[in-house]
Design a protein around this ligand. Structure first.
Ligand code: BTN
Length: 250
């Protein structure tokens, strides 16, 4: 028999394409190669064009975690996916490092007031069905922020806060276990929402919220179960903001 293994190298070495098949994952066996199974996780050692929220770039060099979780949730779960993801990240950081993690609306995870993780949830919805939802999570684990001056003022890494390196494997395993627990708990109603709300460091603070359309100032009064921020404006009115970026005001 000829030597004909279908390993990644066997397929990509000398492959005459620009993009199809330039990234291949091989499995020993699958139920079907069409359709990633619910819960499939895609991990990259580093990303060269990481995507952030609001069309920003996301820096994820070696030493960080960049992963995506594929889910096929019911439509009603969609707004809760950012809650599941951010809570899972916060819990895994606390479990593995003992550091205290806080959440900044809508889904940043902070350690000592600086961003350590960003989350981007993307989904395809057709009618009242979710074709696919992808939770993308980037965590700064073993990064020296002095090497990344462009983000150093507002970002940190777990190693920087702890003064020692952290096992990415432990964080990933803890994160996936927490995410599964929280995702399954969505069936039990509003407990995930309440846990997320209670961890939001933003609430009660004077903030400025920038969305793609405008910038608003006020007090971050509360959040709604659909994940929106309820901002009390200086004129006393309550504004519901679906997406935006929060900065704390003095
Ligand atoms: C943000 O805070 O702007 C969200 C950042 C999300 C980054 C993660 S890393 C894994 C996944 N792949 C991407 O390109 N982005 C998300």
């Amino acid at each position: 028999m000829i030597e004909d293994s279908l390993s990644v190298a066997a397929i990509t070495d000398g492959l005459a394409t620009r993009f199809i098949g330039q990234e291949v994952t091989c499995y020993p066996g699958l139920p079907s190669t069409n359709g990633a199974k619910e819960g499939t996780v895609i991990v990259a050692e580093e990303q060269t064009a990481g995507r952030g929220r609001i069309k920003r770039r996301w820096l994820s060099p070696r030493g960080s975690i960049a992963l995506s979780i594929i889910l096929y949730p019911p439509l009603a779960y969609l707004p809760s996916l950012i809650m599941v993801a951010s809570l899972a990240v916060a819990r895994s950081i606390e479990q593995v490092t003992g550091l205290k993690a806080q959440l900044k609306w809508p889904n940043d995870v902070l350690v000592n007031g600086k961003k350590v993780c960003g989350i981007l949830v993307e989904s395809d919805v057709r009618g009242d069905k979710v074709d696919c939802a992808v939770i993308g999570i980037g965590i700064n684990i073993n990064l020296k922020l002095s090497e990344f001056p462009q983000i150093a003022p507002m970002a940190t890494s777990l190693s920087q806060e702890l003064g020692r390196e952290v096992s990415r494997r432990e964080v990933v395993q803890s994160l996936l276990a927490q995410a599964e627990k929280l995702y399954l708990a969505l069936a039990d109603g509003d407990s995930v929402f309440k846990q997320w709300r209670d961890r939001l460091a933003t609430l009660g603070k004077k903030v400025q919220v920038s969305s793609e359309e405008a910038t608003y100032k006020g007090t971050a009064e509360s959040v709604a179960p659909d994940g929106s921020l309820l901002l009390r404006q200086p004129d006393g009115s309550l504004l519901k903001i679906v997406a935006g970026d929060v900065t704390l005001r003095q």
